[in-house]
Each structure stands twice: as C-alpha cells, then as structure tokens.
Design a protein around this ligand. Sequence first.
Ligand SMILES: [Zn+2]
Length: 450
Amino acid sequence: MIETSIDEGTETMRASPMIQRTMALLLLLLGAVLAPAAAAGTAPKGDWLLLPERVWTAEGDAAHTGWAVLVHEGVIAAVGPRASIEAPAGAQRIELPGATLTPGLIDLHAHLFLHPYNETLWNDQVLTEPQDYRTLLAAKHARDTLLAGFTTLRDLGTEGAGYADVSVQRAIDEGLIPGPRLFVATRAIVATASYGPGPRGFRPDLELPGGAQEVSGVDQAMAAVREQAARGADWIKLYGDYRVGPGGATAPTFTPAELKALVDTAHQLGRPVAVHAASDAGVRLAAEAGADSIEHGYGASAATFQLLKQKGIAYEPTLTAVEATEQYFHHYVPGRDPPTPRMQEAAHAFRTALKLGVTIGNGSDVGVFAHGENWREPAAMVAAGMTPAQALHAATDVAAKILRQQAAFGRIAPGLRADLAAFAGDPGTQIGDLAHPVFVMKDGSVYRRP
Ligand SMILES: [Zn+2]
C-alpha cells in the first residue's frame, strides 16, 4: 500500500532482489515494445533537474516563471528559481520549454473497471464481460490515466469485478504495470435490491451478478465493511441513495441505523467512507451518519451543503459524468446545445457548495467517459464557476488532504514524493491546457517525456 512505501522512505519496491531483477528485465522488454511516450517507468531513479517554463507548486495560486525542480531518489529535493538550485553532477536534465510543471494530478472518483457507456452499456459490462477481461482492461486504463498526468486515483468500486482492484493496485506498486497510485474501495456496499443490474426490468427468476455487495440490517452491514477492509479496501464506498423510489425515483437506500453501523465500523478499522448520494435526503443522511466524502450531490440544498461545511465533509461534484450521460442518452451535443436540466442541476449544486466554502475535491466518475480524459472534470469545474487555480488545487493539494496524504504528495515541496506532471501552456490560467501533458513522473520514475 502507498502509506507503507512512504514510511519506508525511498524504498518503494517490496519485492526480493531476484524479483526486482526479473521485473527490471520485463520493463526493459516492455520499453522495447511500447512507444517512447508510453514507456513503463523505464527511467531509473536518481537525480533529475526539471526545467519547465513555469512551476505551479499548489502553494498559493500563481505559477513561478523560471523556476526549476530537483528530484533525488523519488523525493522532491528542491524547488525555486533556477539560479538558486544546485544540481549534483550527473543529474539528468529535462527541458520543458513552454510547459508548466504541476504536482501530479489526483482524481478522487474513478472506475478503472468501467469503460464509456456509449461503447457498452453499464448493464452489459457487468453482465457479459468476464472479470479477467475487465482486469486487463483496467490495466490499460491505469496506463492511460498515468500518461495523462494523473499520478493518483481513488477508485470507487469495481462494479461487479470483485476484489480485482486490489490486484491492479498491487501490480502497479510492484512495477509490473504502469499506473497511478491507487486507493481502492473493492466491491462497494449497497442495500439489498437497490443497485444494478436489475432487479427492476429483469425477469424475477434470473440470478443476476451484483454491481456491488448487498446488505440488509446492521449485522450484515458491519460484516460487509469488515470483509472488504480485510481484503484490501482503503476506502469504504456506499450507495446512500439510488433509483429505488416509486417509478425509479432516486430515494435513500439504507436506514439511518444501517448507515451509522457502516460508517462506524469503517472508521473503527481506519477506513474513511465515500457515499454516493444524489438527492438532498441522501446527502443529508450520509452527512449525519459521519461520511467523509459525498459523491455527486446533484440535488443537495444550500442547508445540506452547510452541514457538509460544518462537519468538514468533502464533496466530489462529478460534473463530467452528467455531461457524458446526457451526450450518450439525451442527444446533448457539447458546444452546440445549452446545458440540459440535469447539467444545470449539477452546476447549481456545485456553485452552491463553492459559495459556501465546502471542501471540493476533483472527482470525475471517469469510466463513464474515457480514461485519460480526466482533465475534463477540472475544465468542467472552471466552466461552472471555479478559477483555474481553484480547480488545480481541487486536483492536487486539496485532493491529497481528502485522501489524508498531504504529508506525502499533492504539492511541489521539498520532502514530498516526486509525483509531477507538465502540460504544454499554462493551466493555471487556461485550464484546458491540462489536455496536453508532455511530462509525467511518479515517485521519481519518468513515464512520459518530450
Ligand atoms: Zn462512480
């Protein structure tokens, strides 16, 4: 797990020397096959002097022109004006003209085991795609994500692929495949018969695989949290509301007693809790039960966001997921059509939370749309009212804090892990420039360079 590797200083590989040699060979072979920009962390650690046009450190809002960053064995050693930094002899220099260096970006709401619903409907992915296939696909998605400059993901549920996220996390940590640091939620937890596929719309004698683990009652709720934690969940993900009301209307799923048991058990085991909640009632119940982050929150009222603010609960707006599903299923054409009522509702909630000072983390629900296009969420948050600097904070230091990892990554500061990305242009003033990554380093290894 990520926390362990940080405590162990620069030693991030836990494998034996022999396995390390085998992996080094494997990486060499991979490097020979893959395109240069897609190399799987082939560059060795050591000293790196990074020379971008400007550096956006996440400390303050402004980028610093003419600054440089020195990396030593996976850790940021120095940041400041070029003249002030003395690189050791033998440091590898990387010039990044015209580019802005930022902390590696963070997406707090991802689904590596899903791919866009306009390719394959969610039901069909869960019902027809074998878990082995989905796991290989997740590995490809992890690579696409890292190369886009996103060095950390919180993956909020495998959506029917069991505990396979724990294996993807392990393969990334061991250097077998390139990918971001992963914080995983494994199966996620839902109330009985409250989540897809079906049972609504399917014949009642069909045994359907679940998109998450179903529970009813306090005992089952506690057992599910304990199982998932034991099998590797870093976070516990709950579906606090879903389309369970009359006619498929969104309504709360768990009772307050079930929610409280879920949250308290998770906290006792040191796992924070992320709750999917789209309705005002769902968000409020989750907040009252002690959730740590609210996902979506589209229908939350000002009074409910005020409660989030009071209790220090974070909110991930997932604006891009709404835009994408409106595009797939409601004929919305970006750039041509005005925002649909669903998009307006999501943007309204976002602006309400922003005005009230709720902690807003960058969380996109990527998987609904293509992995590697995570930049769309910061862009959507700017379109809905954030400044580019606020959106960058939401995807760096603020997100790291929500993950309780602010002492490890999320800023460019001496002593933090060398998770860095550079983008052509200046995303601190033009957020769309995040679509053009030119350099990616994770933990001091280079994955993308000009
Ligand atoms: Zn999601």
